[in-house]
Design a protein around this ligand. Structure first.
Ligand code: PLP
Length: 395
């Protein structure tokens, strides 16, 4: 085979070189073979898209809504998104502040390309969603990670954040509620972040894909306080159980949207019309759809917490929102990776090493609780058995 050349960017987007996902893929393959494994290493709840949304998409397909659409999105959908954003965050935005993307991930990617390049830095708060590094570094910019303290409940370390700002910093990126920690940035924390952004003319990139799962379906936001430099990224993936529809968007200042639209012209060329119409329906039932997911997650979070809380050696961090729980396993004498591997080998329960989200979370594992209730009960039984036999064996 000839050795062909690739661009520099293929290096920047290459995987973490980490084998963190090895257990997940082993478990996935074992489940496909029909083995009795429990997969708690990713979050894709077994909940269907709300029926009216599916109906609307089918109707549109039957009616021939299969042509090109305006690159940034149909105006009535962008108006509906703007209205929802106004209601949640009080920021007086309109359709021209909104642009559609193929999921929040695509919006994050486009945002990076519009804001950062060679020699720039973007700061992200650990523990951090795994795609952020490649998403930022594909542009040639450097991702600067600011650590957290597991002992302090995984809240952001704002002194370290302030110290990380340099003349090269272009943006501060975070998810709130956070994946993986479930932490929701509070008003006081946002005020510090906002002050830094204001003082140093930084963009704020707020990834709010889990906002619909937060209490009342909203999170504190700097959008209204810093309208010229704040980007809110969201999607229907989590809030409406619609990850496969790839419907996401960004709300930001109009000049940003103009640049992003130019990028969309050469990157995406518009979202499918039938999906946009289905999204209008989804937004019209947001309250009910989000309440369903919140109730689903809250019940299962509590069950998982109760099932694990009493196990000596484990310390559970109760998330404020989302579908994941971080569990500190350092009391077992293992780090997250060792725990992940040994638990799977002994009990066929697949969790994720917290080390993939940052150095400070190397002693934790991330467990997804968005699964059937009986699965949670069985997983907790197996984890308890594993920990007690490990502690007995080593102690
Ligand atoms: C924090 C965070 N941001 C973005 C995404 C991607 O979301 P979407 O499906 O809208 O692309 C995910 C998906 O898990 C996520 O957890």
């Amino acid at each position: 085979m000839k050795s062909m050349r690739y661009s520099h960017l293929v290096q920047r987007i290459a995987g973490e070189g980490s084998d963190a996902w090895v257990t997940h893929y082993e478990a996935w393959a074992a489940r496909e073979r029909g083995e009795d494994v429990i997969l708690l290493s990713v979050g894709d709840p077994d909940i269907g898209t709300p029926a009216p949304v599916v109906e609307r998409a089918v109707e549109q397909l039957r009616a021939g809504d299969t042509h090109y659409t305006p690159s940034g999105g149909r105006r009535h959908l962008r108006e509906a998104i703007a209205a929802e954003h106004r209601r949640r965050y009080g920021q007086p935005v309109e359709a021209d502040n909104v642009i559609l993307f193929s999921g929040a991930q695509n919006a994050l990617f486009a945002t990076s390309l519009c804001l950062a390049g060679e020699g720039d830095e973007v700061i992200a708060l650990d523990p951090m969603y795994v795609t952020y590094r490649a998403t930022v570094e594909v542009t040639g910019a450097k991702l600067v990670r600011v650590g957290t303290s597991v002992a302090d409940g995984l809240r952001p370390d704002l002194d370290r954040l302030a110290a990380a700002v340099t003349p090269r910093t272009r943006a501060i990126l975070f998810s709130t509620p956070s994946n993986p920690s479930g932490v929701i940035l509070n008003e006081a924390e946002l005020q510090v972040i906002g002050e830094l952004a204001r003082r140093h003319d930084l963009w704020i990139i707020a990834d709010q894909v889990y906002a619909g799962l937060a209490p009342g379906g909203r999170v504190p936001s700097l959008a209204n306080a810093l309208p010229d430099q704040h980007l809110t990224i969201c999607s229907l993936s989590k809030s409406h159980a619609m990850p496969g529809w790839r419907m996401g968007w960004l709300v930001g200042p109009k000049p940003f949207v103009v640049h992003a639209d130019n990028l969309v012209m050469c990157m995406l060329f518009g979202m499918p019309g039938f999906i946009q119409e289905a999204a209008v329906t989804a937004l019209s039932i947001s309250e009910q759809a989000e309440r369903n997911i919140r109730d689903y997650c809250a019940r299962r979070c509590e069950l998982m917490y109760q099932g694990l809380a009493g196990i000596a050696g484990l310390r559970c961090h109760r998330p404020e929102a989302g579908m994941f729980m971080l569990v500190d396993v350092s009391g077992t004498g293992m780090n997250g990776r060792q725990f992940m591997r040994a638990l799977y080998a002994a009990e066929q329960v697949s969790v994720l090493d917290g080390g993939v989200f940052g150095r400070d979370t190397a002693g934790v594992v991330r467990i997804c609780f968005a699964v059937e209730e009986q699965t949670i009960e069985e997983a907790c039984r197996r984890i308890a058995r594993f920990v007690s036999s490990h502690v007995n064996a080593s102690g």
